[in-house]
Design a protein around this ligand. Structure first.
Ligand SMILES: O=C(O)c1ccc(O)c(O)c1
Ligand SMILES: [Mg+2]
Length: 621
C-alpha cells in the first residue's frame, strides 16, 4: 500500500513540508493548492524537487465550486479546470480532487451536475487526468459520499471517480458499510483523518480539530477496512487540518503521520482477517517497575519518602548505585549511578522517573511491532542501562523496558542482591502511570500508546487548574492492567506546564498505586511520617452532601485527606496524594471499586491544593 500526506497537514514552507514528508518515509504527497500558490517555486521546480526526494505527486487539490454553476459561471469553472489541468501536467500530478460545491450560486439539479462531470471527464481524458469527486460534509447540495457515488455512477466516465475522506463520512455518522456499493476501481483516491468527538459545526471541526487516525474518536479503522474490501489499491493519504500541527515541527508530525497510517492499515487488515504487516498488540501488558534517577545528594530524602509510603529496600545492585524498593507487588528502582542512561537523563531532566518496565507475553513481538511503527529501540550501545533488556524510547526520552512474562523473576534475581528486608504483605499494585507532555506532543503520545500497546482512550477530561486549563486523556488496556494518563496544558502557569518547564520536556509526573483499603494504608503512612497533600474542609462538606455520606464517613475521609468519587452505577473511587518530591514527581494512592475513571471531578481541587506550594522552597526540610 502506498502512503501519502497532504501538504496542508504540515507546518512550514512548501519545501519544508516536502522534505519532512520524504524524511518520514511517505511515498507521495497531495499538493494543497494554497501551498503551491504561496511558494516561489514554479510547478516544474516543485516536480523536480519531488523527483529528487523520491516522492510522487499523488493528488492536486482542492478544485472548488465546480458543479452546477449557472450561466457564465459554468464556463468560468471549465476554463479554470483547463488551467489547472495544464498546471498538473507540469507538476506531474494525474489525480485532482473536486470537492462538492459550497457556492450559494450552485444549483442542485442532478442532471446538470451529472452533465458537468461528464464534460469535465472528457476534458480530463485529453490530459490523461483522473477527476475525483469528494462530498464535503458541508457541501451546498452534495454532502454525503453516497450521493457523490450515485452521481459518479451515473456520470459513468472512465476519467471520473469518487474520493472518500473519512472525516466527511464519519463526522456525519454515515455508515461505513455503504462503501460496499462502490467498486474499488471507481475510488479515485482516499483521504484519512480522525478527530476528537466534538459536538460542533462541521466546517469548524474539520478545519481545526482533525488529527491522525489513532488520535481521535472516529471509527477510521473500520472505514479503511471497507475501502480495502472493495479492492481499492490506490494510496491511503492523510489530510489533516489541525492548529497544533501547524505550530509544531513538520518532521515530528510527519513521522507520527506515517505511524498512524501503518497503525490504521494494520488494524484494517486484521478486521478483514488478512495477513497483517506486524505482530498484534500484546494481549496483556502490565507495569512491573518504575525507575527513578536521582543524584547521591537526593538519595536519603527519596528513600525517606519511599519508606514513609510503606516501601522497603529489598535489593541492592552488586556493582552499581542502584537499589530495589518494594511494597505489595510494586517495584521502585532508585538509580543514583554517576554514569549511564540514568545519569544522562538526570543531567538533562533533573531528579525524575527515567524508565518504566512493562511485562508482555512476547517481548520480541512488541519490539517488532514498535519497529514497524517507527518507534526506536534503544540498544546497549546507545544506553548502557541498568537492565539487559530491550528498551523503547518513550515519553520525554525515558525508556520503556519490555520484559517477557517468563523473565520477570530472573531479571530481579540477576540484577539485585536481596537485603533480606521483608515486604509488607498488604496488597499494593500500580494503578496508572500519569505523564505530562507538551501540548504539541499530546496527540503524538496518544498515538504511541494506542498503536503500540493497543490501549483504548476514554473521555478526555478538561480540568481547571487555578492557573489555566489542563487537558487530561486516559488510555487503558482492555483488561485495565495498564493505564496511562496524559496531561497537557497551553497555559504557562499550570502544574502541568510548570512540570514540563522544570523537567525540560514531558515525563512521568506521578505514579498511582492501588490498595484495597486506603484508610488503613493512610493510617500506616501517617505513622511513617508520610507527607500528604492537604485538602480543604469545604471539599468534604461538598462530597458528603453530593453523595449522601454520613458524618462518620465524611470525617474519616477528611481527616485522612482522601478524595472521593462515585459513578452513579455502584462504582466508587478513593484517592490521596503525597506531596511532591522536589516539586517534581509524587504518588497517588487509590482504592477502586468497579469504577473505570480517574476521579476527574476531583482534579481541580487537587490542583488548587498543589498550587498553594507553587512558591514554596524546593526542599522544605
Ligand atoms: O476544508 C476544506 O475546504 C477541504 C478542502 C479539501 C478537502 O479534501 C477537504 O476534505 C476539505
Ligand atoms: Mg478531503
Amino acid at each position: 500500500m502506498q502512503f501519502g500526506i497532504a501538504t496542508v497537514s504540515l507546518s512550514g514552507t512548501l519545501e519544508e513540508k516536502l522534505r519532512a514528508a520524504a524524511a518520514a518515509g511517505f511515498d507521495g504527497v497531495e499538493i494543497f493548492e494554497n501551498d503551491l500558490i504561496a511558494s516561489p517555486l514554479r510547478p516544474r521546480e516543485v516536480r523536480a524537487m519531488l523527483d529528487d526526494l523520491g516522492l510522487s505527486c499523488m493528488l492536486y487539490q482542492p478544485f472548488r465550486d465546480f458543479e452546477g454553476m449557472p450561466g457564465a459561471m459554468r464556463q468560468r469553472a471549465f476554463d479554470r479546470a483547463a488551467a489547472k489541468f495544464d498546471l498538473m501536467g507540469e507538476l506531474g500530478a494525474r489525480h485532482i480532487l473536486v470537492c462538492s460545491n459550497c457556492s450559494p450560486h450552485a444549483l442542485g439539479e442532478r442532471n446538470r451536475i451529472v452533465a458537468d462531470f461528464q464534460q469535465l471527464g472528457e476534458l480530463a481524458a485529453t490530459h490523461d487526468i483522473i477527476v475525483g469527486y469528494e462530498a464535503l460534509a458541508w457541501g451546498r447540495h452534495v454532502f454525503d459520499h453516497r450521493d457523490a457515488w450515485s452521481i459518479v455512477e451515473q456520470v459513468d466516465h472512465p476519467n471520473v471517480g469518487i474520493i472518500l475522506d473519512s472525516f466527511h463520512s464519519l463526522s456525519r455518522g454515515i455508515p461505513s458499510d455503504s462503501i460496499r456499493a462502490i467498486p474499488g476501481d471507481k475510488i479515485a483516491f482516499v483521504q484519512l483523518a480522525d478527530a476528537p468527538k466534538l459536538d460542533m459545526d462541521l466546517l469548524y471541526w474539520s478545519r481545526h480539530f482533525r488529527n491522525f487516525p489513532g488520535q481521535g474518536g472516529l471509527a477510521v479503522e473500520a472505514y479503511v477496512a471497507e475501502i480495502l474490501a472493495t479492492g481499492y489499491s490506490g494510496p491511503l493519504s492523510l489530510e489533516i487540518f489541525n492548529d497544533r500541527f501547524r505550530g509544531w515541527s513538520a518532521d515530528l508530525i510527519a513521522a507520527d503521520g506515517l505511524r498512524s497510517l501503518r497503525h490504521v492499515e494494520d488494524a484494517a487488515l486484521r478486521l478483514l482477517d488478512r495477513p497483517a504487516a506486524a505482530p498484534t498488540p500484546p494481549a496483556h501488558v502490565r507495569p512491573e517497575f518504575v525507575e527513578f534517577t536521582v543524584g547521591d545528594e537526593d538519595v536519603p530524602a527519596l528513600e525517606r519518602m519511599f519508606g514513609s509510603l510503606g516501601f522497603v529496600r529489598t535489593g541492592i545492585h552488586p556493582t552499581k548505585a542502584v537499589s530495589r524498593w518494594q511494597a505489595g507487588s510494586v517495584n521502585l528502582v532508585v538509580n543514583a549511578q554517576a554514569e549511564g542512561f540514568g545519569h544522562d537523563f538526570r543531567v538533562a531532566h533533573g531528579p525524575s522517573i527515567c524508565a518504566v518496565g512493562l511485562v508482555v507475553p512476547d517481548r520480541d513481538a512488541v519490539a517488532a511491532r514498535a519497529a514497524h511503527l517507527g518507534i526506536r529501540t534503544v540498544d546497549d550501545g546507545d544506553a548502557p542501562g541498568n537492565l539487559a533488556f530491550p528498551a523503547l524510547r518513550g515519553i520525554g526520552g525515558s525508556l520503556v523496558y519490555l520484559i517477557g512474562a517468563d523473565d520477570v523473576d530472573a531479571m530481579w534475581d540477576s540484577e539485585f542482591t536481596p537485603t533480606g528486608a521483608v515486604v509488607d504483605d498488604a496488597p499494593l499494585s500500580i494503578d496508572h502511570l500519569a505523564a505530562v507532555v507538551r501540548i504539541e506532543e499530546y496527540l503524538s503520545w496518544q498515538l504511541y500508546w494506542r498503536s503500540l500497546f493497543g490501549l483504548q482512550q476514554s473521555f478526555q477530561a478538561d480540568v481547571i487548574d487555578p492557573s489555566g486549563l489542563v487537558l487530561s486523556q486516559p488510555l487503558q488496556s482492555a483488561d485495565g492492567a495498564l493505564r496511562v494518563t496524559l496531561n497537557a496544558s497551553e497555559a504557562l502557569g499550570t502544574l502541568s506546564s510548570r512540570f514540563v518547564e522544570h523537567n525540560v520536556g514531558g515525563g512521568y509526573q506521578h505514579i498511582a498505586l492501588a490498595t484495597p483499603d486506603l484508610l488503613a494504608r493512610t493510617a500506616s503512612m501517617a505513622q511513617g511520617g508520610a507527607e500528604i497533600l492537604p485538602i480543604p474542609a469545604n471539599y468534604h462538606d461538598d462530597i458528603a452532601a453530593r453523595f449522601g455520606l454520613d458524618d462518620r464517613r465524611r470525617d474519616a475521609l477528611a481527616q485522612a485527606n482522601i478524595f472521593y468519587d462515585a459513578d452513579g452505577n455502584g462504582g466508587d473511587y478513593l484517592q490521596l496524594y503525597s506531596r511532591a518530591f522536589h516539586k517534581r514527581f509524587f504518588f497517588e494512592f487509590v482504592e477502586r471499586h468497579d469504577y473505570e475513571g480517574y476521579g476527574a471531578p476531583n482534579a481541580s481541587i487537587r490542583l488548587a491544593s498543589q498550587e498553594r506550594y507553587k512558591y514554596a522552597a524546593v526542599d522544605p526540610d
